[in-house]
Write a protein that binds this ligand. Structure first.
Ligand SMILES: [Zn+2]
Ligand SMILES: [Zn+2]
Length: 273
């Protein structure tokens, strides 16, 4: 039976001081490995290596938005990846045009020798090491013969997107960072897994919303409206690092399906229905 393995390499919100920033590795049934966001710094490489997921084995990044806790790790991933395998095909990064222009600016700001243009990043010797592909709302991307993905706008900052991934009949939807957003429920209709951010509980709803984020109750409402088969919450703030029960209890009061909170290095397996 086809299976997708989900590995959380970072589950903390931008201000969280206990967890790595957001990165999720998907191992699809056809062997394709995808990253949903790339954390900051070297978290993908460092946490991945602890589970046997090495830098040279990441080839595709579906990027939600430009905030440093999601995009900042891409230059580090590229550098370590190229060091591990100088002959590797370029790292493919997919996101909205505004987000990719910020990623281009990040490479320009941090790279000394690379040549950078609107197509991607090349080494000083002219070897392509990153290629970026802009995607529009609902535009389908064929990542591999067995994996398709598409992005949809969410309510966070300009250019922010969530992602849907379909592989061998398994559908996974990732909210990225967003306030409560009906587009996520629309994209996640009948999804096997909804990975939704949950910064806090409804006790802090107004401050959560003003920071551009979602509460556990709101994430559960999206999961319920979508009829998603499973909800995994991530992007936690420091107060919930040690005790996630308030998030789980709040979500369970609204959504009937299985509810989990991801921790750094958590792994989940999803089978084809
Ligand atoms: Zn974030
Ligand atoms: Zn953000």
């Amino acid at each position: 039976m086809p299976e997708m393995r989900i590995t959380f390499l970072g589950t903390g919100a931008g201000n969280c001081i206990y967890r790595s920033h957001t990165a999720i590795c998907l191992d699809c049934p056809d062997g394709t490995r995808l990253l949903l966001d790339a954390s900051s710094g070297n978290s993908v490489v460092r946490n991945g290596a602890r589970l046997g997921l090495f830098a040279g084995d990441f080839h595709h990044v579906l990027l939600s938005h430009q905030h440093g806790d999601h995009m900042g790790g891409i230059p580090d991933l590229q550098g370590i990846r190229t060091m591990a395998n100088a002959d590797a095909d370029p790292l493919q990064v997919y996101s909205s045009e505004p987000t990719l222009r910020k990623l281009e600016a990040l490479f320009r700001a941090t790279s000394v020798t690379h040549s950078i243009d609107q197509d991607g990043v090349d080494t000083a010797q002219g070897k392509p090491v990153v290629r970026w592909t802009p995607v529009e709302d609902s535009q389908r991307v064929t990542v591999s013969p067995g994996v398709e993905a598409w992005a949809f706008p969410v309510d966070h900052i300009p250019g922010a997107m969530g992602w849907a991934v379909v592989a061998s009949g398994i559908t996974l939807v990732f909210s990225g960072d967003t306030r409560f957003c009906p587009r996520v429920a629309e994209a996640a209709q009948g999804a096997d897994v909804l990975i939704h951010e949950a910064l806090s509980t409804n006790a802090d709803r107004e401050s959560t919303r003003s920071r551009g984020h979602t509460t556990a109750a709101e994430a559960a409402q999206i999961a319920a409206e979508a009829g998603a088969h499973r909800l995994i919450m991530t992007h936690l703030d420091s107060p919930f690092h040690l005790d996630q029960q308030p998030l789980i209890d709040e979500a369970r009061s609204i959504y009937d399906g299985p509810v989990s909170v991801a921790n750094d290095l958590s792994q989940f397996t999803v089978s084809c229905p």
